[in-house]
Design a protein. Sequence first.
Length: 327
Amino acid sequence: MDTSNTPLAPTPATGVKPPAPGMAWIPGGTFLMGSDRHYPEEAPAHKVAVQGFWIDTHAVTNADFKRFVDATGHVTLAEKPARAEDYPGADPAMLVPSSVVFRKTAGPVDMGNVHNWWTYQQGADWRHPRGPGSSLQGLWKHPVVHVAFEDAEAYAAWAGKALPTEAEWEFASRGGLDGAEYTWGDEFTPGGKHMANTWQGQFPWQNLLVDGYEGTAPVGSFPPNGYGLFDMAGNVWEWTTDWYQEHGKIEHACCTMDNPRGGTADASHDPRSPEPRIPRRVMKGGSHLCAPNYCHRYRPAARMAQPIDTMTSHLGFRCIVREERAL
Protein backbone atom coordinates (compact mmCIF):
# COMPACT_ATOMS: atom_id res chain seq x y z
CA MET A 1 0.00 0.00 0.00
CA ASP A 2 1.33 3.44 -0.95
CA THR A 3 0.82 5.65 2.11
CA SER A 4 1.53 8.96 0.39
CA ASN A 5 -0.39 10.70 -2.36
CA THR A 6 1.52 12.59 -5.02
CA PRO A 7 0.86 16.31 -4.41
CA LEU A 8 -0.33 18.50 -7.28
CA ALA A 9 -1.01 21.69 -5.34
CA PRO A 10 1.05 23.10 -2.47
CA THR A 11 -0.29 23.37 1.03
CA PRO A 12 -1.30 26.99 1.71
CA ALA A 13 1.39 29.02 3.40
CA THR A 14 1.44 29.06 7.17
CA GLY A 15 -1.11 31.50 8.51
CA VAL A 16 -3.51 31.22 5.56
CA LYS A 17 -6.98 31.11 7.01
CA PRO A 18 -9.59 28.66 5.76
CA PRO A 19 -12.33 30.28 3.65
CA ALA A 20 -14.77 29.40 6.45
CA PRO A 21 -14.44 28.01 9.97
CA GLY A 22 -14.23 24.25 10.33
CA MET A 23 -12.56 23.52 6.98
CA ALA A 24 -9.37 21.55 6.31
CA TRP A 25 -6.96 21.89 3.41
CA ILE A 26 -6.62 18.91 1.06
CA PRO A 27 -3.36 19.28 -0.88
CA GLY A 28 -4.45 17.52 -4.05
CA GLY A 29 -2.61 14.74 -5.84
CA THR A 30 -3.05 11.52 -7.74
CA PHE A 31 -4.58 8.37 -6.31
CA LEU A 32 -6.12 5.04 -7.24
CA MET A 33 -9.89 5.59 -7.28
CA GLY A 34 -12.29 2.70 -6.87
CA SER A 35 -11.50 -0.92 -6.04
CA ASP A 36 -11.14 -4.23 -7.87
CA ARG A 37 -11.78 -6.25 -4.69
CA HIS A 38 -15.34 -5.40 -3.67
CA TYR A 39 -18.60 -4.43 -5.38
CA PRO A 40 -18.78 -4.41 -9.20
CA GLU A 41 -19.67 -0.71 -9.45
CA GLU A 42 -16.32 0.19 -7.84
CA ALA A 43 -14.24 -1.48 -10.56
CA PRO A 44 -11.96 -0.99 -12.30
CA ALA A 45 -9.67 0.94 -10.00
CA HIS A 46 -8.19 3.79 -12.01
CA LYS A 47 -5.79 6.69 -11.56
CA VAL A 48 -7.32 10.09 -10.91
CA ALA A 49 -5.83 13.51 -10.14
CA VAL A 50 -7.44 16.31 -8.14
CA GLN A 51 -6.28 19.82 -7.38
CA GLY A 52 -6.09 21.21 -3.86
CA PHE A 53 -9.29 22.26 -2.10
CA TRP A 54 -10.76 23.00 1.30
CA ILE A 55 -13.40 20.69 2.77
CA ASP A 56 -15.66 20.77 5.81
CA THR A 57 -14.12 18.69 8.59
CA HIS A 58 -17.54 17.23 9.35
CA ALA A 59 -20.92 16.81 7.70
CA VAL A 60 -23.37 19.71 7.82
CA THR A 61 -25.22 19.43 11.13
CA ASN A 62 -28.81 20.14 12.06
CA ALA A 63 -27.63 23.33 13.76
CA ASP A 64 -25.80 24.40 10.59
CA PHE A 65 -28.80 23.67 8.41
CA LYS A 66 -31.15 25.54 10.75
CA ARG A 67 -29.04 28.68 10.38
CA PHE A 68 -29.39 28.36 6.61
CA VAL A 69 -33.16 27.84 6.77
CA ASP A 70 -33.59 30.72 9.23
CA ALA A 71 -31.60 33.02 6.94
CA THR A 72 -33.21 32.04 3.64
CA GLY A 73 -36.62 30.53 4.38
CA HIS A 74 -35.62 27.48 2.36
CA VAL A 75 -38.21 24.69 2.27
CA THR A 76 -36.75 21.25 1.63
CA LEU A 77 -38.09 18.86 -0.95
CA ALA A 78 -39.31 16.51 1.79
CA GLU A 79 -41.49 19.31 3.18
CA LYS A 80 -43.28 19.89 -0.13
CA PRO A 81 -46.00 17.79 -1.76
CA ALA A 82 -44.83 16.10 -4.94
CA ARG A 83 -46.40 17.36 -8.16
CA ALA A 84 -48.75 14.83 -9.72
CA GLU A 85 -47.61 15.83 -13.24
CA ASP A 86 -44.05 14.77 -12.37
CA TYR A 87 -45.19 11.29 -11.30
CA PRO A 88 -47.93 10.14 -13.71
CA GLY A 89 -50.10 7.40 -12.26
CA ALA A 90 -48.73 7.72 -8.74
CA ASP A 91 -50.95 6.98 -5.77
CA PRO A 92 -52.06 10.41 -4.45
CA ALA A 93 -51.25 9.17 -0.93
CA MET A 94 -47.60 9.01 -1.98
CA LEU A 95 -47.50 12.63 -3.15
CA VAL A 96 -47.79 14.20 0.29
CA PRO A 97 -44.70 15.66 2.02
CA SER A 98 -42.70 12.54 2.88
CA SER A 99 -39.27 11.00 3.16
CA VAL A 100 -37.74 7.55 3.58
CA VAL A 101 -37.16 6.31 7.13
CA PHE A 102 -35.38 3.19 8.37
CA ARG A 103 -37.36 0.86 10.65
CA LYS A 104 -35.49 -1.95 12.40
CA THR A 105 -37.25 -5.27 11.93
CA ALA A 106 -38.30 -7.64 14.72
CA GLY A 107 -36.28 -10.50 13.29
CA PRO A 108 -34.61 -11.87 10.15
CA VAL A 109 -36.34 -10.89 6.90
CA ASP A 110 -35.93 -11.38 3.15
CA MET A 111 -32.78 -9.39 2.41
CA GLY A 112 -33.78 -9.04 -1.22
CA ASN A 113 -36.67 -6.72 -0.37
CA VAL A 114 -35.56 -3.33 0.97
CA HIS A 115 -39.17 -2.45 1.76
CA ASN A 116 -38.82 -4.74 4.76
CA TRP A 117 -36.86 -1.98 6.52
CA TRP A 118 -37.43 1.21 4.51
CA THR A 119 -40.70 3.10 4.95
CA TYR A 120 -41.94 6.04 2.89
CA GLN A 121 -43.05 8.10 5.88
CA GLN A 122 -45.45 11.03 5.63
CA GLY A 123 -44.22 13.94 7.72
CA ALA A 124 -40.60 12.82 7.89
CA ASP A 125 -38.17 15.64 7.09
CA TRP A 126 -35.02 17.25 8.44
CA ARG A 127 -36.91 18.72 11.41
CA HIS A 128 -38.61 15.37 12.13
CA PRO A 129 -35.93 12.80 11.26
CA ARG A 130 -37.82 9.78 12.60
CA GLY A 131 -41.21 10.92 11.35
CA PRO A 132 -44.12 12.89 12.86
CA GLY A 133 -43.72 13.39 16.57
CA SER A 134 -39.92 13.27 16.45
CA SER A 135 -37.78 16.38 16.78
CA LEU A 136 -34.20 17.62 16.78
CA GLN A 137 -34.01 17.71 20.56
CA GLY A 138 -30.56 16.39 21.43
CA LEU A 139 -29.62 16.11 17.73
CA TRP A 140 -28.24 19.56 16.95
CA LYS A 141 -24.69 18.23 16.54
CA HIS A 142 -25.84 15.27 14.43
CA PRO A 143 -25.67 15.37 10.62
CA VAL A 144 -28.74 16.83 8.94
CA VAL A 145 -30.66 14.14 7.04
CA HIS A 146 -33.70 13.99 4.75
CA VAL A 147 -32.06 16.45 2.36
CA ALA A 148 -32.45 16.03 -1.39
CA PHE A 149 -29.63 16.95 -3.75
CA GLU A 150 -31.27 20.30 -4.48
CA ASP A 151 -31.37 21.11 -0.76
CA ALA A 152 -27.67 20.34 -0.36
CA GLU A 153 -26.85 22.50 -3.38
CA ALA A 154 -28.93 25.38 -2.01
CA TYR A 155 -27.10 25.23 1.31
CA ALA A 156 -23.71 25.14 -0.41
CA ALA A 157 -24.55 28.19 -2.53
CA TRP A 158 -25.73 30.10 0.54
CA ALA A 159 -22.50 29.23 2.38
CA GLY A 160 -20.31 30.30 -0.56
CA LYS A 161 -19.16 26.74 -1.07
CA ALA A 162 -19.84 23.82 -3.42
CA LEU A 163 -20.54 20.12 -3.22
CA PRO A 164 -17.57 17.83 -3.95
CA THR A 165 -17.14 15.64 -6.97
CA GLU A 166 -16.90 11.92 -6.28
CA ALA A 167 -13.14 12.05 -6.95
CA GLU A 168 -12.61 14.96 -4.55
CA TRP A 169 -14.68 13.25 -1.87
CA GLU A 170 -12.87 9.92 -2.23
CA PHE A 171 -9.42 11.53 -2.28
CA ALA A 172 -10.21 13.47 0.90
CA SER A 173 -11.71 10.41 2.60
CA ARG A 174 -8.51 8.42 2.11
CA GLY A 175 -6.60 10.83 4.34
CA GLY A 176 -3.34 10.23 2.50
CA LEU A 177 -3.60 6.43 2.64
CA ASP A 178 -3.83 5.59 -1.03
CA GLY A 179 -5.08 2.02 -1.44
CA ALA A 180 -6.02 1.42 2.18
CA GLU A 181 -9.21 -0.53 2.87
CA TYR A 182 -10.64 2.07 5.25
CA THR A 183 -10.12 5.77 5.87
CA TRP A 184 -7.84 4.91 8.81
CA GLY A 185 -5.95 1.90 7.42
CA ASP A 186 -6.50 -1.77 6.61
CA GLU A 187 -7.80 -3.10 9.93
CA PHE A 188 -11.48 -2.49 10.66
CA THR A 189 -11.15 -2.22 14.45
CA PRO A 190 -7.48 -1.56 15.24
CA GLY A 191 -6.78 -2.62 18.79
CA GLY A 192 -10.46 -3.47 19.14
CA LYS A 193 -11.45 0.19 18.71
CA HIS A 194 -14.38 1.16 16.50
CA MET A 195 -13.32 3.94 14.13
CA ALA A 196 -16.70 4.75 12.57
CA ASN A 197 -20.43 4.63 13.28
CA THR A 198 -21.57 1.45 11.54
CA TRP A 199 -23.93 -1.45 12.26
CA GLN A 200 -22.72 -4.33 14.45
CA GLY A 201 -24.77 -7.51 14.34
CA GLN A 202 -27.16 -8.90 11.77
CA PHE A 203 -28.80 -6.16 9.70
CA PRO A 204 -31.68 -5.16 9.78
CA TRP A 205 -32.86 -6.66 13.05
CA GLN A 206 -29.92 -7.12 15.44
CA ASN A 207 -27.86 -4.06 16.35
CA LEU A 208 -25.37 -4.90 19.08
CA LEU A 209 -24.43 -1.21 19.57
CA VAL A 210 -20.78 -2.05 20.20
CA ASP A 211 -19.83 1.38 18.87
CA GLY A 212 -22.35 3.04 21.21
CA TYR A 213 -24.85 4.37 18.67
CA GLU A 214 -28.20 3.08 17.42
CA GLY A 215 -28.68 5.78 14.78
CA THR A 216 -26.61 8.79 13.79
CA ALA A 217 -23.85 10.01 16.09
CA PRO A 218 -22.81 13.59 16.84
CA VAL A 219 -20.20 14.69 14.31
CA GLY A 220 -16.68 14.17 15.62
CA SER A 221 -17.58 11.19 17.81
CA PHE A 222 -14.96 8.99 16.12
CA PRO A 223 -11.29 9.68 15.30
CA PRO A 224 -10.52 11.82 12.22
CA ASN A 225 -8.61 10.54 9.22
CA GLY A 226 -5.15 11.72 8.23
CA TYR A 227 -6.50 15.00 6.87
CA GLY A 228 -8.40 15.77 10.08
CA LEU A 229 -11.80 14.87 8.60
CA PHE A 230 -14.50 13.21 10.67
CA ASP A 231 -17.03 10.57 9.61
CA MET A 232 -15.72 9.97 6.11
CA ALA A 233 -16.92 6.42 6.78
CA GLY A 234 -20.22 5.53 8.41
CA ASN A 235 -22.69 7.81 10.20
CA VAL A 236 -24.43 9.15 7.06
CA TRP A 237 -23.95 8.79 3.34
CA GLU A 238 -22.99 12.07 1.62
CA TRP A 239 -24.05 13.60 -1.69
CA THR A 240 -21.53 14.30 -4.45
CA THR A 241 -22.12 16.19 -7.70
CA ASP A 242 -21.34 13.29 -10.07
CA TRP A 243 -24.07 11.71 -12.15
CA TYR A 244 -23.84 8.00 -11.47
CA GLN A 245 -22.14 5.71 -13.93
CA GLU A 246 -20.28 2.46 -13.45
CA HIS A 247 -16.52 2.89 -13.36
CA GLY A 248 -16.32 0.26 -16.09
CA LYS A 249 -17.97 2.71 -18.49
CA ILE A 250 -15.33 5.38 -18.01
CA GLU A 251 -13.46 6.11 -21.22
CA HIS A 252 -9.66 5.83 -21.10
CA ALA A 253 -9.70 4.31 -17.60
CA CYS A 254 -6.10 3.25 -18.26
CA CYS A 255 -4.87 6.83 -17.97
CA THR A 256 -4.79 9.38 -15.17
CA MET A 257 -7.91 11.55 -15.35
CA ASP A 258 -8.22 15.05 -13.95
CA ASN A 259 -11.09 15.16 -11.41
CA PRO A 260 -13.70 13.34 -13.57
CA ARG A 261 -17.29 14.49 -13.22
CA GLY A 262 -19.14 11.21 -13.76
CA GLY A 263 -21.58 10.43 -16.53
CA THR A 264 -24.68 12.21 -17.81
CA ALA A 265 -28.07 12.74 -16.22
CA ASP A 266 -29.84 10.60 -18.82
CA ALA A 267 -27.39 7.74 -18.52
CA SER A 268 -27.61 7.80 -14.72
CA HIS A 269 -31.19 6.48 -14.68
CA ASP A 270 -31.81 3.04 -13.22
CA PRO A 271 -32.95 1.02 -16.26
CA ARG A 272 -34.96 -1.29 -13.98
CA SER A 273 -37.07 1.50 -12.49
CA PRO A 274 -40.55 2.35 -13.79
CA GLU A 275 -41.34 5.69 -15.40
CA PRO A 276 -40.59 8.40 -14.63
CA ARG A 277 -36.93 7.50 -14.43
CA ILE A 278 -35.18 9.86 -12.05
CA PRO A 279 -31.52 10.87 -12.58
CA ARG A 280 -29.14 9.61 -9.91
CA ARG A 281 -26.07 11.16 -8.28
CA VAL A 282 -23.26 9.31 -6.51
CA MET A 283 -23.33 9.17 -2.73
CA LYS A 284 -20.26 8.17 -0.74
CA GLY A 285 -19.11 7.00 2.67
CA GLY A 286 -21.63 4.48 3.92
CA SER A 287 -23.74 5.03 7.03
CA HIS A 288 -24.66 3.75 10.47
CA LEU A 289 -26.81 1.16 8.67
CA CYS A 290 -23.91 -0.47 6.82
CA ALA A 291 -23.14 -3.96 8.11
CA PRO A 292 -20.79 -6.74 7.00
CA ASN A 293 -23.74 -9.04 6.24
CA TYR A 294 -25.46 -6.51 3.99
CA CYS A 295 -23.56 -3.37 2.97
CA HIS A 296 -19.79 -3.39 3.38
CA ARG A 297 -19.60 0.17 2.08
CA TYR A 298 -17.95 2.13 4.89
CA ARG A 299 -14.86 2.38 2.68
CA PRO A 300 -13.42 5.19 0.52
CA ALA A 301 -13.94 3.25 -2.72
CA ALA A 302 -17.58 2.40 -1.97
CA ARG A 303 -20.29 4.23 -3.88
CA MET A 304 -24.01 4.05 -4.50
CA ALA A 305 -26.47 5.67 -6.88
CA GLN A 306 -29.12 7.87 -5.29
CA PRO A 307 -32.13 9.40 -7.11
CA ILE A 308 -31.94 13.17 -6.78
CA ASP A 309 -35.55 13.38 -5.56
CA THR A 310 -35.15 10.80 -2.78
CA MET A 311 -34.36 11.80 0.79
CA THR A 312 -33.55 9.30 3.54
CA SER A 313 -32.82 9.15 7.25
CA HIS A 314 -29.16 8.22 6.61
CA LEU A 315 -28.08 10.66 3.87
CA GLY A 316 -26.46 14.06 4.42
CA PHE A 317 -23.62 16.10 2.90
CA ARG A 318 -20.56 18.29 3.42
CA CYS A 319 -19.13 21.12 1.33
CA ILE A 320 -15.84 22.20 -0.24
CA VAL A 321 -14.18 25.35 -1.52
CA ARG A 322 -11.88 24.81 -4.49
CA GLU A 323 -8.47 26.42 -4.63
CA GLU A 324 -9.39 29.10 -7.15
CA ARG A 325 -12.34 30.22 -4.97
CA ALA A 326 -10.23 30.31 -1.83
CA LEU A 327 -7.43 32.51 -3.19
